[in-house]
Design a protein around this ligand. Structure first.
Ligand SMILES: [Mg+2]
Length: 190
């Protein structure tokens, strides 16, 4: 039977978005992220990361750097009682990437490709799933995939882009802390 999942954007949700992060020494975990992932797992949600990584396509770092950082990140969650069930990334960019990464990929958010692949691979009930993202493209990908609960994580006052995204998607909600997302998961499951 299909089950709801927790989808997480990476940069700006799991870690502070320092732009094109690919080394553990630059990877600063967001306050509350370990607790959110652990509580999601305990409540029965698979946790799925969906991240645009055009830094690969732009030639800033390689697939091997991304994989190494992902393994390191997964190990840090495991130490803190959490688990990332799957990590999807899109290395492409329609204009600003080198060959062979320059293409309009159906995985690159705001397209819903990564969410749909996760649905098929993990038998996810998207309508009852939750996504936490920090950019309009996250919310749009979730909306296009049919993810029922769309949360915009904006600890500071939303910037113009974030405010516009909330206006464009009246069903999306802003959260100020990742604890709010954890509490919401637990209420929805009970
Ligand atoms: Mg982000």
């Amino acid at each position: 039977m299909s089950r709801p999942a927790l989808f997480l954007d990476r940069d700006g949700v799991i870690n502070v978005d320092h732009a094109y992060v690919y080394r553990p020494e630059d990877f600063d975990f967001m306050p509350g992220i370990f607790e959110l992932v652990a509580r999601a797992g305990a409540a029965g949600y698979p946790v799925v990361v969906v991240t645009n990584q055009s830094g690969i396509g732009r030639g800033y770092y390689g697939e091997d750097d991304f994989e190494r950082l992902t393994q390191w990140m997964r190990a840090r969650f495991a130490e803190r009682g959490g688990r990332l069930d799957a990590v999807y990334h899109c290395p492409h960019h329609p204009r600003d990437a080198l060959e062979p990464w320059r293409r309009d990929c159906p995985d690159r958010k705001p397209a819903p490709g990564m969410l749909l692949r996760a649905r098929d691979a993990l038998d996810v009930d998207l309508a009852h799933s939750v996504l936490v993202g920090d950019r309009p493209s996250d919310l749009e990908a979730a909306r296009r995939a049919g993810v029922g609960t769309r949360l915009l994580f904006a600890p500071e006052t939303p910037d113009a882009e974030q405010a516009a995204a909330l206006q464009a998607d009246p069903q999306a909600r802003r959260i100020r802390s990742l604890q709010e997302a954890a509490a919401l998961l637990e209420t929805e499951r009970s």
